[in-house]
Design a protein around this ligand. Structure first.
Ligand SMILES: NC(=O)c1ccc[n+]([C@@H]2O[C@H](COP(=O)([O-])OP(=O)(O)OC[C@H]3O[C@@H](n4cnc5c(N)ncnc54)[C@H](OP(=O)(O)O)[C@@H]3O)[C@@H](O)[C@H]2O)c1
Length: 261
């Protein structure tokens, strides 16, 4: 099988972007529009300064189908799907209510697969396109205050890796994005619980949504396999592989500082 190298240009592309009403998605909508894309922004709140804004709850299959339909009737085709919308739950895995777990997986994982299933066939037909999935560094290093969130992002990572190989001969790419700590409204929007105090106080070291958005847009144009940003996060990934006991102890220390777990 011939493995094509994909070089997608953002300029002139139609992009279906979820979660553009806040944080990384909002910064992405600005960056992609500035680079010449037509952006369809999909979230529960409406978004201004994009080509199309569709208000939809991505936790519902029917709403996802409607969002795709409205976008295709407005833009004609989708070249790039960016699954960015996501939510978390700060709670020990053994005490997380199952309804919150299901709601989180519906948005973080099932919505991403469903939207890819709806939009990838058109890309394959045109032999051009890309699916971009915003996971997290937590997909590579499980964060114990966020065990089930990490599980949902690890599922998204496995899906992205497999999809990239499945589509390699079809002219369609798949890119994984693993942001580290980013300054957004994410902590305030979780379904339940609160983050460890050390994480909150570390916010000043967090990346900006704008820097992450630029790294993602650059990654799309060079057909990156993975964008892990800020790159210092690779240090944590390597440490967790080489010295898992030490990293576990450090993470445990951060959890204890929360005084709850
Ligand atoms: N911030 C971080 O430190 C960090 C680190 C690693 C990974 N990430 C990931 O980056 C992505 C973006 O997060 P962020 O930090 O930018 O968070 P954010 O500021 O809270 O934005 C989350 C976005 O997701 C949308 N969303 C949530 N639930 C939705 C639903 N049911 N239906 C439709 N849209 C929904 C929200 O829109 P509405 O509320 O308008 O629906 C919002 O636009 C997420 O996947 C997150 O897991 C964030």
């Amino acid at each position: 099988m011939l493995l094509l190298s994909l070089r997608l240009r953002i300029e002139g592309s139609n992009i279906f972007l979820t979660g553009a009403s806040s944080g990384i998605g909002a910064a992405l909508a600005v960056s992609l529009t500035r680079r010449g894309a037509r952006v369809a922004a999909v979230s529960r709140r409406s978004v201004s300064s994009v080509s199309v804004s569709v208000c939809a709850d991505l936790g519902s299959g029917q709403e996802r189908a409607r969002a795709v339909e409205e976008t295709l009737s407005a833009l004609g085709r989708v070249d790039i799907l960016i699954n960015n919308a996501g939510i978390g739950v700060y709670a020990p895995s053994w005490r997380t209510p199952m309804n919150e777990l299901r709601e989180m997986f519906e948005v973080n994982f099932f919505a991403a697969v469903d939207l890819a299933q709806r939009l990838t066939p058109g890309m394959v037909e045109r032999r051009s396109g890309m699916v971009v999935n915003i996971a997290s560094i937590a997909s590579k290093v499980t964060l114990p205050w966020f065990t089930l969130y990490s599980a949902s992002k690890a599922a998204l990572e496995a899906f992205t890796r497999g999809l990239r190989i499945e589509l390699a001969g079809e002219g369609v790419g798949a890119m994984l994005v693993c942001p580290g700590y980013v300054r957004t409204n994410f902590q305030a929007s979780v379904l339940g619980g609160k983050p460890p105090a050390k994480l909150v106080s570390g916010k000043r070291f967090a990346a900006t949504a704008e820097d992450v958005a630029e790294a993602i847009a650059d990654g799309i144009e060079r057909d990156a396999r993975t964008v892990l940003t800020p790159a210092i996060g690779w240090g944590l990934v390597a440490a967790a592989r080489l010295a898992p006991g030490l990293v576990d102890a450090r993470l445990r220390g951060m959890m204890e500082a929360a005084g709850d777990e």
